[in-house]
Design a protein around this ligand. Structure first.
Ligand SMILES: [Zn+2]
Length: 81
């Protein structure tokens, strides 16, 4: 009989934690600060599958190339600079 109570308690705890995680995931991300965005034109290509991507704005806080197929994409062309 004690075992069943422990099992129920564990089950309730799992449901409670799962719901907490789902609520956290459902929270919207913070607002983007327009001062941190610069307009660019960069063309990237995925060296794995060949997908090409044109980036028209980047955050000054994010300097890494975008990733595709779990690899950083290769910069093939960029305007100015
Ligand atoms: Zn890819």
């Amino acid at each position: 009989m004690g075992d069943i109570l422990i099992a129920i308690a564990i089950g309730v705890a799992i449901i409670w934690v799962t719901r907490k995680i789902l609520v956290m995931l459902a929270m919207p991300p913070p607002e983007v600060d327009p001062d941190q965005i610069i307009e660019v034109e960069r063309h990237y290509r995925c060296s794995i599958c060949g997908t090409e991507l044109i980036v028209t704005a980047v955050s000054i806080t994010e300097t890494d190339a975008p990733k595709h197929c779990r690899e950083e994409m290769t910069l093939t062309w960029q305007a100015g600079s």
